[in-house]
Structures are given as structure tokens and as C-alpha cells.
Design a protein around this ligand. Structure first.
Ligand code: GLU
Length: 509
């Protein structure tokens, strides 16, 4: 089994592309096969510098490293199509020799005229095909002498595939079954452009053949091109080694309506690319899953289930488990909704599963960037405290402001509920007591405060909620003693004293 992920370096890799890479990777690993990364860079006009690096970095970040690719030589290199031009030229010659392809010298104006006159005749979408090719300037309609003269005069030309009408082209797709196309409806696709570069169709087929690709897994948008691809395999006489096709369902917008587009990310404020990308214009810059604070394993788990149904209730799968269970037969035909809430759910699960030390390492740069400098053991404490409360790593900043800044306001509804006549007195006594206690570790602090509460014969409900409001401003949050320990003795006492003064005033208003 040999599979390939064959992106074109035309910009950052869309999340749909990442899913394609993942499914290829899973299939290869499950079967002890080879996963090849091939860069399809024959369209010079759409080439974007940095895109190849982006693709390689994405696969590296996710741990989906190819067995062979531009930065990992193997049996089938080179892995950039721009470095394989000689192969395409020697192969296309075979199609010219057997009459399966032909040269076409038509100028842009001539093509335009053809389209216009076809439209006048009522043809809805005019194509360069069997109905009109004899009327155009190509090696089928011209004499050998005319062709030779045109070539001698360096007249620009393209090479087209000669498609015979009235054949049924059958694409066998693992996901969709047999898909039939009528060859009469297909245009004579350009195989070699006037700049001498092959088109996607030609280079893709030649490479799949020469790289001995056994399974082509790619997005649904390529299904219609596959009719041409099957005809190309036939034209080359390679039908016997034609790969198995699997066209993946679309990824739909979070609403479930329509295809997820790269603009949806900026519109909805969610990532739809794996890594951030800095485009020339503001609207071409995107924030990635990584920078948003996602763990690679969460992204993998989320993407794996976007179209593939493992057939079990379980939703959490490690990469190893995915490899074991993956089956292309269980990929669905209908579009899969990009549910960002679900992505966060996976991420929260994987963050909570991290060891404190691992999480601390990931949080450190995020804290630093927000200007929060902490000693390593403090970051460790922070990781331990917040581990179950983060949907993304980045949330560490907004979710922990209460640790670094005293409360700006207090939940007054709760305050009114919890404040009793003797509250001031209890709070003030607690402050005095806390001044005598060490804050070395949360457990001891908790035991001592609890003992004090019991000794004074008051209830927990009389003091703990007020203490939390005084420290955090609100009722929710991690364990209070963990917070007290984290912010330290003087900060804790300062906040409590402040509350002691503020609470009665607030209650009067
Ligand atoms: N270069 C194509 C792309 O950008 C590859 C499609 C295929 O896998 O054949 O998606």
C-alpha cells in the first residue's frame, strides 16, 4: 500500500486538506504502507512562497510525518512536480505517438470566438471537445506540413487529451460506489500548457503511476476530474495499476449549510487552518488551531471523526487507536459539519489529560507573551489548578486574571445572599487568624482554616462564600485554598481587608 498527500503550494493548508493528509496517513500506517508527500507545484501562477514549508510544518506539528517527501528522500523522488518535468515530457510523447493526445495552436482570441459562436448556437457551456475540435487549429485538423511550419515558427501550443465520445467512463470509488460519466460530455483537457508545464491532471496521473500509488484519497471536489483521470490511465495503458479512489465528503460550515470556507474562520472568529498564516493583506492572514491553543492530538481526534464513523460510541481515540480502527469503507458520503464546540471539547479533554509539567511547558510562552512572568514552580501550580478548566491553552490568560489582579467588582447578588449581620465580625477575625498561618501549601492551610471555623462554632456557609467573593469577586473558580496559596499571604490578606471595607458599603447602595 502506497498513498500520497498531494497538496498544491498555493497558500496555507485548509483544515480539509489536513483531514485528507490524516486519512492517508492512517490508511498507510494501518497497513504497514508508505505515506508520501508530493508537492504539486506545476501551476506557477498560483505558487505561493512559504506554502510548502507551511505544509511540512503542519504535518510535523501533528505528528503525521511522511515516509517520503521533499525533506525525506525515498524510492520515488523527486517529490516536487516542478523537478519532474522530464518524466512528464517523455510520457506525453507516448500519448502523442499513439494519437491519444494532440497539439493545439489556438490563440486566446480564437478560443473566445469558438465559445461565442457555440453560445450563439445554443450550447450552454461551450467546451473544446469532439464536436468542435475539427474546426480548430490543431494537429488533428491541420496537415503534417502545417503543424511542422507552426512548430518551426515557434507558435505557442498546448497538448490536449483526445477524448472519444459515446463511452461510459466508470470511476470506482470506495465511498461512492460506481460513478458513471459520459465521455461525450467531457472536454479535451489540456495536458501540457503553453509554458511547457504539465497541468494538474497529467502530472498527477503520471506521478501516481510512477510512485506506484495504490490508493488515492482526496476531497470530493476532485471526483469530477477523475473521469479524465480514468481516461488518462486508459490512454497510457495503465488500467491494471489504476489506484483505488476514495473521495472524502465535504466539510460543512458550523451551521451545517454549505461548504466550510477559509473566510468562515475570520467571520466566526474560529480557526479553520492548522497553523497561523501571515498573508500580504489583512484578510489573507489567518489564525491557526495551534496558535488558538489546541493540542495536536485534539485536532487529530476531531478531524478523524469528521466524516469517518468508527462504528462505536467511543469518541476519544489516540493516534495509535485511530490507526488500528481506521477503515475507508466507514467514511460517509454526506458532508461533515465542522463543529467548533466539539473541537474544543476534545481539546479540553486532552489538556486535562496532560501531566502538570507538560502543561506548564506549553503555558509558559503564552504567559510570557501576555507579560506574565512566573517562576517555573508557580507555572506548575497554575497548570495543576487550571488543567480541568481550559478548552484551549490560550484561555489560561482570560481565565486567570483573578489570580493576578484583585477583583474589580463583586457578584452583588451572591453578596446580598451570603452577607449576615455578624459577617463583618467573622471576616475580620478570619483575617487576624490568617495573619498567623503559614501559606506554604494549600492542604495545611485548609486544615488550619477549617479547624479555626470549627473552634469558633460557625458554619462553613457563613464564611467560605464570603471569602471566595472577597478573593475572586465571583463564586466560580478552582479550590479556594489553592488560590490563596497561589496568590500568597499578603495578597490574600490585602484582598480580604479590602472586601471587609467594601462589602458593607456595597450593601448600602
Ligand atoms: N494538488 C491537488 C490538491 O491540491 C491534489 C488532488 C489529488 O489528491 O489528486 O488538492
Amino acid at each position: 500500500m502506497i498513498v500520497r498527500f498531494a497538496p498544491s503550494p498555493t497558500g496555507p493548508l485548509h483544515i480539509g486538506g489536513v483531514r485528507t493528509a490524516l486519512y492517508n496517513y492512517l490508511l498507510a500506517k494501518k497497513n504497514g504502507g508508505t505515506f508520501i508527500l508530493r508537492i504539486e507545484d506545476t501551476d506557477q501562477k498560483r505558487f505561493v512562497s512559504g506554502a510548502e514549508e507551511y505544509i511540512i510544518n503542519t504535518l510535523k506539528w501533528l505528528g503525521l510525518e511522511p515516509d517520503e517527501g521533499p525533506d525525506r528522500q525515498g524510492d520515488f523522488g523527486p517529490y516536487r512536480q516542478s523537478e519532474r518535468k522530464e518524466l512528464y515530457h517523455s510520457e506525453i510523447q507516448k500519448l502523442l505517438d499513439t494519437g491519444r493526445a494532440y497539439l493545439a495552436f489556438d490563440t486566446a482570441t480564437e478560443l473566445e470566438q469558438m465559445r461565442a459562436s457555440q453560445k450563439e448556437l445554443g450550447v450552454h457551456t461551450p467546451k473544446y471537445d469532439h464536436t468542435i475540435r475539427h474546426t480548430m487549429r490543431n494537429s488533428l485538423s491541420m496537415t503534417d506540413r502545417e503543424v511542422k511550419t507552426a512548430l518551426d515558427q515557434n507558435t505557442p501550443y498546448v497538448i490536449r487529451l483526445k477524448i472519444e465520445p459515446n463511452q461510459t467512463v466508470i470511476v470506482r470509488d470506495v465511498i461512492r460506489g460506481e460513478v458513471h460519466f459520459d465521455s461525450s460530455e467531457l472536454d479535451d483537457k489540456i495536458l501540457i500548457k503553453s509554458d511547457g508545464m504539465p497541468t494538474y491532471h497529467l502530472a498527477n496521473i503520471i506521478d501516481d503511476h510512477h510512485m506506484q500509488i495504490s490508493h488515492v484519497i482526496r476531497g470530493e471536489e476532485w471526483l469530477s476530474s477523475t473521469a479524465h483521470h480514468v481516461l488518462l490511465y486508459q490512454a497510457f495503458g495503465w488500467e491494471d495499476t489504476m489506484p483505488v479512489f476514495a473521495h472524502l465528503p465535504l466539510i460543512l460550515k458550523p451551521t451545517g449549510k454549505g461548504k466550510l470556507s477559509k473566510r468562515d474562520g475570520s467571520k466566526l472568529g474560529i480557526p479553520v487552518f492548522p497553523l497561523s498564516w501571515k498573508g500580504e493583506a489583512e484578510q489573507d492572514s489567518f489564525e491557526g488551531f495551534r496558535e488558538y491553543g489546541f493540542l495536536p492530538r485534539a485536532v487529530i481526534n476531531f478531524l478523524a471523526l469528521l466524516g469517518w464513523n468508527p462504528g462505536v460510541e467511543q469518541e476519544i481515540f489516540s493516534l495509535e487507536q485511530l490507526i488500528e480502527l481506521f477503515d475507508i469503507e466507514q467514511i460517509g458520503k454526506s458532508g461533515a459539519r465542522f463543529d467548533f464546540e466539539k473541537a474544543k471539547w476534545f481539546n479540553q479533554h486532552y489538556i486535562a489529560e496532560l501531566m502538570d509539567s507538560e502543561l506548564a511547558k506549553l503555558l509558559k510562552p503564552i504567559l510570557l507573551e501576555a507579560g506574565i512572568r512566573l517562576k517555573d514552580d508557580k507555572i506548575f501550580d497554575l497548570a495543576d489548578m487550571m488543567k480541568d478548566r481550559l478548552e484551549t491553552l490560550q484561555q489560561i490568560i482570560p481565565k486567570t486574571t483573578f489570580l493576578f489582579e484583585p477583583p474589580m467588582d463583586y457578584d452583588q447578588k451572591q453578596l446580598r445572599k451570603k452577607w449576615k449581620e455578624n459577617s463583618s465580625e467573622i471576616l475580620s477575625a478570619l483575617i487576624d487568624q490568617l495573619k498567623t498561618l503559614p501559606f506554604e501549601d494549600p492542604e495545611t492551610l485548609q486544615t488550619q482554616v477549617k479547624k479555626w471555623i470549627e473552634d469558633r462554632q460557625i458554619s462553613f456557609g457563613q464564611i467560605m462564600p464570603l471569602m471566595r467573593l472577597a478573593i475572586c469577586g465571583k463564586m466560580q473558580g478552582p479550590d479556594l485554598f489553592v488560590i490563596l496559596h497561589f496568590i500568597g499571604k499578603s495578597q490574600s490578606i490585602e484582598r480580604l481587608e479590602n472586601a471587609l471595607e467594601t462589602f458593607p458599603k456595597l450593601l448600602q447602595t
